[in-house]
Design a protein around this ligand. Structure first.
Ligand code: PLP
Length: 402
C-alpha cells in the first residue's frame, strides 16, 4: 500500500469567495480589464501571479479547480479542459512532433484508441500498441523516435492494472514521458507519486460524479502546464478546449465528496464481484485475488478507498450480454448507458459501444469477449437487494440455474 491521502490534500485546500464565502466566487467573464496598457503588455510577455488576461487562457474559477486537482494527484500544477479527450490530445500533441512515436497500452478507451490509430498519423505521429502488462515488450518497442509511454492506470474495459513504478523506470531510462489516464481510479491510485510525468482525467466520470457535464484535466509539473498554456505554442491555449467557469465551480463542489463516493462504489463493487465469483461467473474485478492485476494494485494503491467501482462480467456471447442488460434495466438495477461514476449503476457492452473503435481482431487479441458487460457500480445503499435483483436477471437469461 502506498501512503498518500488525496482526500485530506483536497480538504486542506482552502479557497474563499470575495466576502469570505465558503465557496469561491464564480468568474463570469471572458475578459479582464487592465489599469494601464503597460500592465497588459507585461502579461503578454510573461505570466503575472494573480493577473488574468482572457478566459481561454486562464480563469480564476478554472484555476481553483485545477489547483484542487493538482492536490488530488500530488502534482505541481494542473489545467482543466472541456473534455477528457481534449486533455489527452493536448498532452500528446504538446510533446510529439511529426516523426515522433508513442507507445500505448492496447486496452485503452475506444475514443483514445481512435485518436491514436486514425488521427495522430495524419500529423506524422505514429502509435505502437503494445501489451503494457509485458514490460519486456514495452522496452523492446522503444526507439529513438519514442517520446511517450501512454497507459490507463486501470484499463478500460478489462481493468488491467498498470505497473506505474516499473513503467516510470523504463520511461526515465529512455528520457521519455509516462502519461497515465487515471479516470477509473481517482484517489485510489496516485500516478504522480508512483513516477508518472503527466496524469490525465476525464472529469466526466467519477470525479464529477453527477453525469451532468463533460470535462477533463491534465496534472503535471509547473513546466509542462506552462507549456500547455503558452500563448504562442501551447496546445491547450491554441486548440482552445476551455471549460466553462460555471461547470468548473460545480465540479469543484462535487470533488469534495469524491473520497466518500469512491469508498461506496468500491465497497459495492467488491461485494458484487465476490458474490458473482461464488456463483461461478467469469468476473473481472481487480479487488479479487483471481484478477491478474490484484497483486500490483495492492502494492500501488492508496489506503482506504477500495479497489474501484468498475467491474466486468463475461456473459459468453453477444446475445446473452444484450439479454442480460435488457433485464437489468427492466429490474431497475441501473441504466443501459455508456460512461461511469454515476450514483446509478451504468452498464454497456464494450465490444459494441465504448471499444467499438477497436477492430474485432484486435479486441480478440486483447481478450475482449463479445459477451463482456462492463458495469459501473452505483452508490446503492442496499447492495444485497441489488445482488438479488441481478441474480434474478442471471436466471432469466440462463446464466444461472434457478
Ligand atoms: N479516458 C477514459 C478511460 C474514458 O473512459 C473516457 C470516456 O469515456 C475518456 C478518457 C474520454 O473522456 P471524455 O468523454 O470526458 O472526453
Amino acid at each position: 500500500m502506498h501512503h498518500f491521502d488525496p482526500s485530506t490534500e483536497i480538504q486542506d485546500y482552502l479557497v474563499f469567495g470575495e466576502y469570505g464565502d465558503v465557496n469561491p466566487s464564480i468568474t463570469d467573464s471572458s475578459t479582464y480589464t487592465f489599469l494601464s496598457p503597460e500592465k497588459m503588455k507585461e502579461l503578454f510577455d510573461h505570466e503575472v501571479e494573480g493577473c488574468f488576461l482572457y478566459s481561454r487562457h486562464w480563469n480564476p474559477t478554472n484555476k481553483y479547480l485545477a489547483d484542487a486537482l493538482a492536490r488530488l494527484e500530488g502534482s505541481e500544477a494542473a489545467i482543466v479542459t472541456g473534455s477528457g479527450m481534449s486533455a489527452i490530445a493536448c498532452s500528446i500533441l504538446q510533446v510529439c512532433n511529426s516523426g515522433d512515436e508513442v507507445i500505448s497500452g492496447r486496452t485503452i478507451y475506444g475514443g483514445t484508441y481512435a485518436l491514436f490509430k486514425n488521427l495522430l498519423p495524419r500529423f506524422g505521429i505514429t502509435v505502437k500498441f503494445v501489451n503494457t502488462q509485458d514490460l519486456e515488450a514495452v522496452k523492446e518497442s522503444i526507439s529513438e523516435k519514442t517520446k511517450i509511454i501512454y497507459c490507463e492506470s486501470v484499463s478500460n474495459p478489462l481493468l488491467e492494472i498498470a505497473d506505474i513504478p516499473k513503467l516510470s523506470e523504463i520511461a526515465n531510462e529512455n528520457n521519455i514521458k509516462l502519461v497515465v489516464d487515471n479516470t477509473f481510479s481517482p484517489v485510489i491510485i496516485s500516478p504522480v507519486h508512483l513516477g508518472a510525468h503527466v496524469v490525465v482525467h476525464s472529469l466526466t466520470k467519477f470525479i464529477n460524479g453527477t453525469s451532468d457535464c463533460v470535462a477533463g484535466c491534465v496534472c503535471s509539473s509547473n513546466e509542462f502546464i506552462h507549456q500547455l498554456m503558452d500563448i504562442n505554442s501551447g496546445t491547450a491555449m491554441l486548440l482552445g478546449p476551455v471549460l466553462d467557469s460555471h461547470r468548473a465551480a460545480s465540479i469543484l463542489k462535487n470533488l469534495h465528496s469524491l473520497h466518500i463516493r469512491i469508498e461506496k462504489h468500491s465497497a459495492n463493487a467488491l461485494y458484487l464481484a465476490e458474490n458473482f465469483e461464488k456463483l461461478g461467473l467469469k468476473v473481472y474485478y481487480p479487488g479479487l485475488a483471481s484478477h491478474g492485476g490484484h497483486k500490483v494494485l495492492k502494492e500501488i494503491m492508496n489506503e482506504g478507498f477500495g479497489y474501484g467501482g468498475m467491474l466486468a462480467i463475461d456473459a459468453g456471447d453477444e446475445k446473452t450480454a444484450d439479454a442480460l442488460m435488457n433485464k437489468m434495466q427492466e429490474e431497475k438495477v441501473g441504466y443501459l448507458a455508456v460512461s461511469l461514476g454515476y450514483f446509478k449503476t451504468l452498464f454497456s457492452s464494450p465490444g459494441h459501444s465504448t471499444s467499438s473503435e477497436i477492430p474485432k481482431e484486435e479486441q480478440q487479441k486483447m481478450g475482449l469477449s463479445e459477451g463482456l458487460v462492463r458495469i459501473s457500480i452505483g452508490l446503492d445503499n442496499n447492495i444485497h437487494k441489488t445482488f438479488e435483483r441481478i441474480k434474478k436477471c442471471l436466471v432469466d437469461v440462463g446464466l444461472l440455474k434457478a
